[in-house]
Ligand binder design. Structure first.
Ligand SMILES: [Zn+2]
Length: 311
């Protein structure tokens, strides 16, 4: 690890998490929820206040925590930021469905203003989740999928994000697994996210059961072996397995890890994906091992720190 203090920032749709790593000290983590959606300017002011508070907590001495983001008392050598938004290589936000007010924001300039003393980098939260999971699993060639409100993930090759932030993020959620499948938020049909995200699976379960199905109801149905619940989950598992197998054919990961809130909370879900991946194995194309992710909801934040250390 390079010496100095490193900050990881996980920017989510509803909250922001910080993790500070310093040599010889325990990591420090803190988070805050976003205020009501208002404007990108208001969000950035809230972020600056939180960074000011973090600097004051970290630095002692010269920084007064005024929220300007300036000051050196709580300085960082490097800052890595995990973003759920699509950000172009120049650092401008192209799209963020959770906070559309950020569209067009010059993220690079905003981060330079917040952290003038530091090297700053940002990347897709799925890419960074993969980076952290690869570190935690001790695997330098790894596919990671996060199944929650969407389907995200990343691929790590030789210990680095693939294809790399200069080219774009690893958008496994928009790999097409059903040409005539359900409409996706991106405008196409049959993306794995449109079939296998948490909300997509709950919608299918509701159709099969004939009444609204919550996450808890699906979970109970799966545990009790209700046919509608198992069928809804099997479809999601089959879509994810198709995407995993397709990636395997092209990039040959040594290990596939599946995390995200939906996958973690649904009993046996990862095993279902693993079984389907095994079923799809072919001569010369053996199945990649599929296991639950290691870091749970922390993977993007830990990956943001890993990015900071690499800068
Ligand atoms: Zn899509």
């Amino acid at each position: 690890m390079r010496t100095g203090r490193h900050l990881g920032v996980d920017v989510g749709g509803t909250k922001v998490a910080f993790r500070v790593e310093s040599e010889g000290e325990d990591p420090y983590e803190v988070s805050f929820p976003w205020n009501e959606r208002h404007s990108a300017t208001a969000d950035l002011a809230q972020l600056a206040d939180a960074v000011g508070g973090l600097r004051a907590r970290m630095g002692g001495g010269t920084d007064t925590g005024t929220g300007t983001g300036a000051g050196t008392g709580g300085g960082f050598r490097a800052v890595g930021v995990a973003m759920p938004a699509t950000v172009d290589p120049a650092g401008r936000v192209l799209t963020w469905p959770s906070r559309p007010e950020w569209t067009g924001l010059d993220l690079a300039a905003a981060l330079r203003g917040l952290f003038p003393e530091a090297a700053v980098g940002w990347a897709d939260d799925g890419d960074l989740g993969a980076l952290a999971e690869a570190e935690a699993a001790g695997c330098d060639r790894l596919l990671y999928l996060g199944v929650g409100t969407g389907v995200g993930g990343g691929f790590v090759a030789d210990g680095a994000i693939c294809p790399g932030t200069a080219l774009g993020s690893f958008e496994i959620g928009h790999v097409v697994v059903e040409r005539d499948g359900a409409p996706c938020v991106c405008g196409r049909r049959g993306c794995v996210q449109a079939v296998a995200s948490g909300p997509a699976t709950l919608r299918r379960a509701s159709r099969l059961r004939g009444t609204d199905v919550t996450f808890e109801a699906l979970r109970t149905g799966v545990v009790q072996g209700a046919p509608w619940a198992l069928a809804a989950l099997d479809e999601a598992g089959a879509a994810l397995a198709a995407a995993v197998v397709s990636v395997h054919e092209l990039l040959h990961p040594r290990l596939t890890l599946i995390g995200g809130g939906f996958a973690e909370g649904m009993p046996g879900f990862v095993d279902r994906v693993a079984r389907e991946v095994s079923r799809l194995a072919r001569d010369g194309g053996p199945a990649t091992p599929v296991r639950p992710a290691v870091l749970g909801g922390l993977s993007s934040l830990r990956g943001a720190c890993a990015l900071a250390r690499s800068l």
